[in-house]
Design a protein around this ligand. Structure first.
Ligand code: NAP
Length: 244
């Protein structure tokens, strides 16, 4: 039986929750992490109802101490971490001219620095096992840019740089590092957008629909599987064709 352990940040809702469910359905034990543990417990209950194993730990990606503690607890609970899905992320949009330093720092600290420090926590264990899968959730905006999202697009483009550098550093150790770049996905993050903005974005999507969290989770589960063993340093677009 596959007893691998998958750590998913931001697993309480949206894409992260779908990733946790998909990785669990694929036979992995899952660690669910985010700031709000009550919501994580609900996801864990859903997983345990199906007879699979889930462990909840609090994680705040803005704090290196919190990152270290969350990974230490998870490794203690399950013995090791084989798969890391760096999914948690935030937006704090604004035009560059008026963007406050705090809004720049918050998004870079959470999405880019937090994800990098999370990777640092799992490398030694994966090197020991000579097997590992790291999947970073970037964004179409990290590839194409977007007006009003200089901080967010920089964080996501940075994550692509981290992905390609780490893929080269870790290849000889049996660890693959890839990214998934979602397009326009139905979650709380996009729920705040006006009907007008949504219509405009939809007009630019050849497949003529928003993506679902499950569309992203399927790509993540594939990259985390043995079947994807010869893929590393890749950015997999899951965006309905909105950017090619
Ligand atoms: P979401 O519904 O807003 O969920 C974000 C998750 O991240 C939540 O579980 C949240 O839980 C967690 N999180 C936020 N800040 C955190 C922190 N400081 N420390 C730890 N966890 C934190 O977002 P989503 O739409 O599912 O997006 C997931 C990922 O996909 C993000 O990286 C996002 O940038 C990327 N993405 C989304 C879209 C889209 O259209 N939705 C498109 C491209 C890329 P807590 O608040 O409890 O911490």
């Amino acid at each position: 039986m596959n007893t691998r352990v998958a750590f998913v940040s931001g697993a309480s809702r949206g894409i992260g929750k779908a990733c946790a469910l998909a990785l669990s359905a694929a036979g992995n034990r899952v660690v669910l992490a985010a700031r709000d543990t009550e919501k994580l417990e609900e996801v864990a209950a859903e997983i345990r109802l199906k007879g699979a194993e889930a462990y909840v730990t609090q994680l705040d990606l803005r704090s290196i101490d919190s990152i270290k503690e969350a990974f230490a607890k998870a490794a203690k609970e399950f013995g090791r971490i084989d798969i890391l899905v760096n999914n948690a992320g935030i937006t704090k949009d604004g035009l560059a001219l008026r963007m406050k330093k705090d809004d720049w720092d918050l998004v870079i600290d959470t999405n880019l620095s937090g994800s990098f420090f999370a990777i640092q926590q799992v490398l030694q264990g994966m090197m020991r096992e000579r097997w590992g899968r790291i999947v970073n959730i970037t964004s179409v905006v990290g590839e194409a840019g977007n007006a009003g999202q200089a901080n967010y697009s920089a964080s996501k483009a940075g994550l692509i740089g981290v992905t390609k550098s780490l893929a080269q550093e870790m290849a000889s150790r049996g660890i693959t590092v890839n990214a998934v770049a979602p397009g326009f996905i139905e979650t709380d993050m996009t729920g705040v957008l006006s009907a007008e903005v949504k219509e405009k974005v939809l007009a630019g999507i050849p497949l003529k629909r928003m993506g679902t969290p499950e569309d992203i989770a399927a790509a993540v589960a594939f990259l985390a599987s043995d079947a994807a063993g010869y893929i590393t340093g890749h950015v997999l677009d899951v965006n309905g064709g909105m950017y090619m």
